[in-house]
Design a protein around this ligand. Structure first.
Ligand code: FE2
Ligand code: FE2
Length: 343
């Protein structure tokens, strides 16, 4: 049964399976000594899909039917026809010109994600190994439930996960269905599983580090990991899944821990500011404050929410526009099939 032992989800059992499981210790900043993650030449982000779901009203109705935002996402009766998914392709060019590709999250609805993978050529890149690894930011439905679509193409793809994943996510990766939530994965993941702990920076490749933030998140999930890339002559680029840890916390970690945080160049991904519709006052305050970070290119999408992006544009922030194609909700930001290059 391959890695079926993962279904035991006992940490000691997990550690014993070191053929597939790796738990590197994060690099921790010391007193007066920050972490040098190195540098890369450029980072290209392609939005495979940023449309997490199609209707906010249907999503919220599903959540309420399952018991509200404190319910367990693996038991909520999700309407699969409303499901889309969040997924991006990161392409890093090293200082020596070598290019590395990592897929960030896998989306939600399998049929929808198959279309998105085909349109962006991601399917062939997964199957051929050109995409070297899968980086799962967090467990949420719209980032994880289409895992089978990736495993059908390559079941031994290395997967980076935050060490905060809850038991159901391990069961799911090992090939377990959750029928109540419509989550189906018939394929056991057989490749390296790299659990990244909170408390420091986890180097992924020269110039790129992952950081796990341990926090409780809505729908009974735990923790989210983000990526930081230090682009030579440009500055730091932060890459998020949903950004549940909040933008100020992403900035604060870098400022306190990374030598490269002298300049923030770029931002990509979900910022969870207006994910379900209107913008609330606390999130509006975050937007009005974020100008002080000095980002030169902001490519936020997904759960950032259209009202949040519209306010950023009104405030004169350097928002990278998209094409509004392939099912994207708006051309005001980087959407499905659009790319942005930092560096
Ligand atoms: Fe999301
Ligand atoms: Fe999320």
């Amino acid at each position: 049964m391959g890695v079926a032992g993962l279904t035991l989800f006992n940490p000691a059992e997990l550690l014993a399976r070191d053929s597939i499981l790796r738990m590197p210790e994060p690099t921790v900043a010391g007193p007066g000594k920050k972490i040098d993650i190195g540098a890369c030449k450029s980072v290209k982000m392609t939005c495979v899909s940023e449309v997490g779901w199609h209707s906010n009203e249907k999503l919220v109705a599903n959540v309420n039917a399952g018991g509200g935002f404190n319910a367990n996402q693996w038991q909520v009766p999700w309407d699969n026809s409303n499901a889309g998914g969040s997924c991006s392709l990161m392409e890093v060019e090293a200082l020596d010109g070598k290019r590395s590709k990592i897929l960030i999250d896998v989306g939600w609805n399998q049929d929808y994600m198959k279309q998105r993978f085909a349109q962006t050529g991601v399917d062939k890149k997964i199957a051929s190994g050109e995409i070297e690894a899968l980086f799962l930011t967090h467990e949420h439905v719209d980032h994880l439930f289409a895992l089978q679509t990736v495993l059908e193409l390559r079941r031994d793809i290395p997967i980076y996960i935050p060490a905060t994943f809850r038991p159901e996510a391990y069961q799911f990766m090992a090939g377990t269905d959750f029928p109540a939530a419509g989550a189906k994965n018939a394929i056991t993941h057989t490749g390296p599983l790299i659990r990244l702990k909170a408390g420091g920076a986890n180097p992924i490749m020269p110039g790129v580090a992952a950081v796990t933030f341990d926090l409780p998140i809505i729908l009974q999930t735990e923790g989210e990991q983000s990526l930081y890339a230090n682009v030579r002559d440009k500055g730091l680029v932060a890459i998020t899944g949903c950004g549940h840890q909040t933008l100020p916390r992403i900035i604060d970690f870098a400022t306190e821990n990374l030598t490269a945080a002298t300049k923030f160049h770029g931002l990509y991904g979900g910022l969870h500011l207006a994910p379900f519709g209107p913008l609330a006052p606390p999130q509006e305050a975050v937007i009005r404050e974020m100008g002080k970070y000095g980002f030169e290119r902001i490519a936020c999408n997904h759960c950032t929410g259209l009202p949040a992006v519209e306010l950023m544009i009104a405030l004169g922030y350097p928002i990278v526009r998209g094409t509004g194609s392939n099912g994207s909700i708006s051309d005001l930001y980087i959407g499905n099939g659009d790319s942005v290059t930092f560096g």
